[in-house]
Design a protein around this ligand. Structure first.
Ligand code: EPZ
Length: 442
């Protein structure tokens, strides 16, 4: 990682090579695909390992750029991170000598802010860069900071950095959020595990990745429990021990591949898909008319033939879990381009997550972005290949989905965005029969 600079206004992100892929659309995807471990669980698990000096071991960790980056951020702190075999990470935070998370890490990955809680709780201080916003909305971190203050920390802000301190020890307290925040809940919970006394967090996020983190923390000896659907209570401990953990499956990856099958008129079995975590999304697929079969860790998705107009328009609204995940809104929008009638999309979590729909329109979709939170999509509209550029992770994956369903070739650049969160996405699609290949450079 580049040497840290102090001032945010001096920072210039290093250029990322603009990798491009070519997709020849219109081929039904068929076969089986194995669903990887969850990005949004794995990143927090790796950070949680800094709560102890003992070794922690994680399996089913997805091989994605964000995980590699989190490992690099931890190594910069003096944490030993080993990667003995694919999907396995071992973390030993015995000798953390540098309590500083630089802008270079935060600018690349908002999730680096999850280090605030555990480092502050264990070492009593940390300087951490404001991750700022990104392409899907403002995404402030005020609620994380307020949670630390509720646990007795003092947090100053200068030159783009938070300077957090809790001399002695954090103390348990009531963390009350004005609305649900996933990482805010996780940061508060991680901090509270080593605080002095009892902490209550409400409303606590109900996402399955939060429960995966709870189960790892319990194995580390933390006294943390979900005592009501949206309440987490923690009794702080003086120290935690090392533990091993198998990362929960990635429901967002599963949903993305489900749309790939549905939109191409194929038939794909998602092996290891966490069906119980996909309720609201599977309800949308059902309402649209996608055929589904399966059990607790296997879903078979059977699509209607391309262009048959067999799907039905519907209204979708994103919400905190157990509602429809905002991260599945872009893939769902692609599916709705093929549904008969007018569908409505209501994005309630982010302000800018409908912007990418203009790229989808350039591929033939008939849609209107009404305002920052609402769009209408009319279908079925045949999609055609196009030249498009990914702007973020989920919109990027959704452009791939649209290209798979389109007639003719598409070239999609900015592929590094999907590598952040989808393990081996090109190989997995190729194995299902997609026409996908790297575009030779100029
Ligand atoms: C997590 O982000 C996920 N990221 C996101 O996944 C996901 O979209 C999001 O939860 C919602 O499900 C990780 O887990 C690493 P929030 P998080 O705090 O925790 C506002 C993906 O594509 N807010 O639940 O950062 C915020 O702006 C990604 O994998 C504040 O106002 O999201 C948003 O409108 C992207 N102040 C809402 O709360 C704060 O301090 C919910 O965000 C924190 C959040």
């Amino acid at each position: 990682m580049a040497e840290a600079r102090l001032f945010h206004w001096e920072y210039q992100a290093p250029p990322v090579p603009l990798e491009t892929i070519r997709i020849d659309g219109g081929r039904p995807l068929r076969g089986e695909v194995r669903i990887s471990g969850s990005k949004n669980a794995a990143l927090k698990l790796l950070a949680a390992a800094t709560l102890t000096g003992e070794r922690c071991r994680f399996t089913n960790v997805p091989e994605i750029a964000d995980v590699a980056l989190m490992a690099e951020v931890l190594r910069d702190l003096g944490v030993v991170v080993d990667h003995p075999e694919p999907s396995v990470y071992e973390v030993s935070a015995g000798d953390v000598d540098w309590l500083f998370v630089p802008l270079e890490a935060a600018a690349k990955m908002r999730a680096s802010f999850i280090l605030l809680g555990p480092l502050l709780a264990r070492f009593g201080r940390v300087i951490i860069s404001n991750p700022g916003g990104d392409r899907i909305g403002r995404r402030p971190v005020d609620l994380h900071v307020e949670a630390m203050e509720a646990l007795g920390a003092t947090v100053g802000y200068r030159n783009g950095y938070y300077f957090a301190q809790a001399p002695g020890r954090l103390r348990g307290g009531d963390v009350v959020f004005p609305h649900v925040t996933v990482m805010g809940t996780e940061n508060a919970m991680l901090a509270a595990t080593l605080a002095d006394g009892h902490t209550t967090i409400r409303p606590a996020a109900r996402e399955p990745e939060v429960d995966d983190l709870i189960s790892f923390l319990q194995d580390m000896g933390a006294e943390v429990q979900r005592t009501a659907p949206d309440v987490i209570e923690v009794e702080g401990r003086r120290r935690l021990r090392g533990a091993t953990h198998d990362t929960v499956a990635d429901r967002i990856e599963a949903g993305t591949f489900a749309v790939a099958a549905a939109i191409t008129g194929g038939e794909v079995t998602l092996k290891g898909a966490p069906s119980a975590h996909l309720g609201a999304f599977l309800d949308v697929l059902g309402a649209v008319g996608v055929e589904l079969a399966g059990d607790s860790d296997r879903i078979t998705v059977k699509g209607a033939p391309l262009g048959s107009g067999a799907y039905t328009a519907t209204h979708v609204e994103t919400a905190a879990y157990p509602g429809l995940a905002t991260d599945l809104q872009p893939p769902t929008a692609v599916l709705l381009t093929q549904a008969r009638g007018q569908s409505h999309v209501h994005e309630t979590i982010y302000e800018d997550r409908l912007e990418w729909l203009t790229d989808l329109r350039s591929m033939g979709a008939r849609l209107k972005v009404e305002d920052a939170h609402h769009a209408t999509i009319s279908g079925p509209a045949p999609l055609h290949g196009s030249e498009v550029t990914m702007g973020d992770l989920r919109a990027g994956a959704s452009l791939i989905l649209a290209a798979l369903a389109a007639q003719g070739p598409s070239t999609i650049s900015g592929v590094h965005h999907v590598r952040r969160g989808y393990e081996d996405i090109e190989r997995k699609l190729l194995d299902l029969g997609a026409g996908i290949e790297p575009e030779p450079g100029p």
